[in-house]
Design a protein around this ligand. Structure first.
Ligand SMILES: Cc1cc2nc3c(=O)[nH]c(=O)nc-3n(C[C@H](O)[C@H](O)[C@H](O)COP(=O)(O)O)c2cc1C
Length: 335
């Protein structure tokens, strides 16, 4: 029932949300997912209010459907939230901790609020502060990972704790995983790594190919392997030469990591990409792409070929429905 409620709240037909992917989600992906009947999000937390205004305008130039702006609570300033309110965007997604005052301000400004949590207690705090949708992010997730509980245990615990729709995140890369999340009580899914395969993802082709080639046991969670501008933020990325050399050295702290200070490439604007720097390699990044922070979740083994974002939405939804129907008929036969 909450699945319908989620769709009604967001004004969508398909309960699939494309996760905000810093460096990989641009307006094209966000708009394509919303146009396909799901719900797009766009991360706009790294450039102040100006980026929020221009990012919202760029998505609106491509779609008149609803989407959410993702803000990072470690960096968010009031002006960014105010920009979302001024632009009358449909929703904000707040991640990296629950800040009730931000939730209340967003609600006061007329926005729907997604709040990303890593356990049931946080979910309750967020819902009590007025969050409309809780994003339960499991430990399998790619990119920056807030909690330490895997989705299978996290989702039912969060669903039991709150009376608002819960969206499951982490390790959901196909329709079977979506069906499983719905069986755990989620009202929808929040999918990141699978959308790295989309034509719309603004990532380097070598990174995309490494995603296609990786298996479920080839990602690494670390509390501080990659950092730079954002320290003390645990994350999950593909294993590579950088992570293996660091691990072989005993996983030393920043300041003592092998090869620290080396330049491994250049960003599109010419700035250096340093080894261990949090940087999602884009199409115009140059250098040793394979040595960079290649964010990925454990669901990577289900990400095998390039597709449009719309095809991904449609395929996952179709497969989820078929999976649920097939399970029902198996259950009846065995009963
Ligand atoms: C490349 C990449 C960048 C990410 N950047 C952000 C971000 O800017 N904001 C955010 O809330 N989450 C970010 N995440 C986490 C996702 O929103 C989401 O929680 C995660 O991808 C879900 O797990 P999955 O990758 O297994 O689907 C990122 C994930 C990836 C893979």
């Amino acid at each position: 029932m909450l699945e319908k409620e989620l769709c009604d709240i967001l004004g969508i037909n398909i309960p699939i949300v494309s996760a905000p992917l810093g460096g990989a989600t641009g307006p094209a992906m966000t708009a394509a997912v919303s146009e396909a009947g799901g719900f797009g999000t766009i991360p706009l937390w790294s450039g102040g209010a100006e980026l929020v205004h221009s990012g919202i305008a760029a998505v609106r130039a491509l779609t008149d459907r609803n989407f959410a702006v993702n803000l990072n609570m470690d960096f968010c300033r009031e002006e960014e939230l105010q920009a979302c309110v001024d632009q009358e965007v449909c929703a904000v997604s707040l991640f990296w901790g629950v800040k009730p005052d931000y939730i209340e301000k967003a609600k006061h400004g007329g926005l729907l609020v997604f709040s990303t949590v890593g356990n049931a207690q946080e979910a309750k705090i967020a819902a009590d502060a007025g969050a409309d949708v809780i994003v339960a992010q499991g430990w399998e997730a790619g990119g920056h990972v807030w909690g330490q509980v895997a989705s299978m245990a996290l989702v039912p615990a969060v669903v039991d704790a709150v009376n608002v729709p819960v969206v499951a995140a982490g390790g959901i890369s196909d329709g079977r995983a979506m069906a499983a999340a719905l069986m755990l009580g989620a009202s929808g899914v929040w999918i990141g790594t699978r959308f790295l395969a989309s034509h719309e993802a603004t990532i380097h082709p070598e990174y995309r190919q490494m995603i296609f080639d990786a298996s479920e046991d080839q990602t690494q969670w670390a509390s501080e392997l990659y950092n730079g501008f954002w320290p003390n933020a645990p994350h999950r990325a593909l294993m590579n030469e950088t992570s293996r050399t660091w691990e072989a050295a005993g996983g030393p702290d920043p300041g003592q990591r092998p090869g620290e200070g080396e330049t491994v490439g250049r960003q599109a604007n010419g700035d250096a990409v340093m080894r261990y720097q949090s940087h999602t390699p884009g199409p115009h990044t140059t250098g040793d792409i394979a040595a960079m922070s290649l964010w990925s979740g454990q669901g990577v083994s289900q990400v095998r070929s390039p597709q449009s974002a719309a095809e991904i939405v449609e395929e996952i939804y179709r497969e989820a429905r078929l999976t649920i129907q097939a399970a029902q008929s198996r259950w009846c036969k065995s009963g």
